[in-house]
Design a protein around this ligand. Structure first.
Ligand SMILES: [Zn+2]
Length: 169
């Protein structure tokens, strides 16, 4: 199915939106959406989970470097929280579904932090430096923390714990 929408970037009615439904491992039934603007070249793609299994809560405790390799599938409706680091990612706006490991989640927080820092300039620099240092220690496995993923539609899951061997999964 192809639709023509208004481009959020250049405002022209030349955004070609394609959608198709399919099923993938971990997320089940999904809608894959890609949009491309013929005028300015703006591109966006997303995977929207269509299933609803009711609210779920996943907790991953990270106490050593190996735990950072735990792989999670996070749907577009789930929030991610790391209480020890005061970090929270809400499924607002154009939130994407993704599969990554715990280290990948920390990197996403770092990227988000950089964006905020650029926007607000140097006013809160020391505060951002402090948070960044905390994330760095966490990425090195030197500071234990907990990752809490809450999904109102239950489409997020722990794909693989590091402890489980490849063959057993
Ligand atoms: Zn455009």
């Amino acid at each position: 199915m192809t639709k023509i929408n208004t481009c959020p970037y250049c405002g022209k009615k030349s955004l070609e939106l394609r959608e198709f439904e399919t099923a993938v491992p971990f997320f089940g039934k999904v809608l894959i959406m890609t949009s491309l603007c013929g005028s300015c070249g703006y591109k966006h793609s997303d995977v929207i989970c269509l299933e609803d299994h009711g609210p779920s809560k996943l907790v991953v405790k990270v106490s050593k470097a190996e735990d950072l390799k735990t792989v999670v599938a996070r749907s577009n409706t789930a929030s991610i929280e790391i209480p020890e680091l005061d970090l929270r990612l809400d499924p607002a706006g154009q939130s994407q579904s993704f599969i990554t490991n715990i280290e990948g989640i920390l990197m996403r927080f770092e990227e988000a932090l950089e964006k905020i820092e650029t926007l607000r300039n140097s006013a809160k620099k020391s505060q951002y430096d402090r948070i960044r240092r905390k994330i760095e220690l966490a990425r090195e496995g030197k500071s234990p923390f907990t990752v809490v993923i809450q999904d109102p539609r239950g489409n997020s899951t722990i794909v693989r714990n590091y402890k489980i061997s490849e063959s057993a999964s």
